[in-house]
Design a protein around this ligand. Structure first.
Ligand code: ADP
Ligand code: MG
Length: 239
């Protein structure tokens, strides 16, 4: 279980990110410092365009900053090495996005197997699918599943390699509240039972109540950090 004195799993120092398009410059991150402690569930909350996805992508090795450092379990990532970033992503990071990106011609179990075949210490796909409440749906194809179920398959796929970090970018963004709650339940269960350090992006303040800690974004900066006195269960939420 996380607490304020758990070891730091991931930290980033003074991150900046400038996107250049012709003569136009967009400053997506303007000096961000962040720490994720082992086992913590952190929500990144802020309006559209405030830099949340840019930060998450950098933390997960999908993108690199214009300046700054990322340190995973005490070791600085070699941000200039595509090979080092590939290994970091493959061995340590599970990503979940708003859209599920499942392969339509493969069943739920086969979608998860694609990842476990190349992982070092994978979970059997049925076990990963059971963790997200889909034990009975393993042999269904994506088109036979609801949006929320497809997202839970995507979560099973992300955790089947037993990542140290689970990074979720608006995982309920395309779902209604009732379905979204089941997706958040699955994420919370993984965080608690596997101890996976989790960061979750939302622009919905209600969803932030499931977090241990909330980072508030505005205009490329973290403008406030707050620890939730009470971590609310997804079932108590509605949006
Ligand atoms: P959020 O996830 O909070 O909505 P983003 O990190 O996606 O914010 O975007 C932050 C800023 O960077 C926005 O102004 C966005 O338009 C810009 N941006 C994001 N990705 C790119 C990109 N690939 N090229 C150019 N600008 C980008
Ligand atoms: Mg975003």
């Amino acid at each position: 279980m996380e607490n304020e004195t758990s070891a730091i799993a991931l930290e980033a120092r003074d991150l900046t990110k400038i996107y250049r398009m012709g003569t136009v410059e967009v400053r997506a991150l303007r000096g961000v410092d962040v720490e994720l402690r082992e086992g913590e569930l952190v929500v990144l909350l802020g309006p559209s365009g405030s830099g949340k996805s840019t930060l998450l992508n950098i933390l997960g090795g999908l993108d690199t900053p214009s300046s700054g450092t990322v340190i995973f379990r005490g070791r600085e990532l070699a941000l200039d090495s595509e090979r080092a970033l590939n290994l970091y992503r493959r061995n340590h990071v599970g990503f979940v996005f708003q859209f599920y990106n499942l392969i339509p011609s493969l069943t739920a179990r086969e979608n998860v197997s694609l990842v476990t075949e190349i992982a070092r210490d994978p979970m059997p796909p049925p076990e990963a699918l059971a963790m997200v409440g889909l034990a009975e749906r393993m042999d269904h194809f994506p088109a036979q599943l609801s949006g929320g179920e497809q997202q839970r398959v995507a979560i099973a796929r992300a955790i089947a390699k037993r990542p140290d970090l689970l990074l979720c970018d608006e995982p309920t963004g395309a779902l209604d509240s009732k379905t979204g709650i089941l997706v958040l339940d699955a994420i919370l269960r993984i965080n608690r039972e596997l101890g996976t350090t989790t960061a979750l992006i939302t622009h919905n303040a209600v969803i932030a109540e499931i977090a241990n800690r909330v980072l508030y974004f505005a205009d490329g900066r973290i403008v406030e950090t707050r620890r939730n006195a009470v971590q609310r269960a997804p079932a108590e939420l509605a949006w």
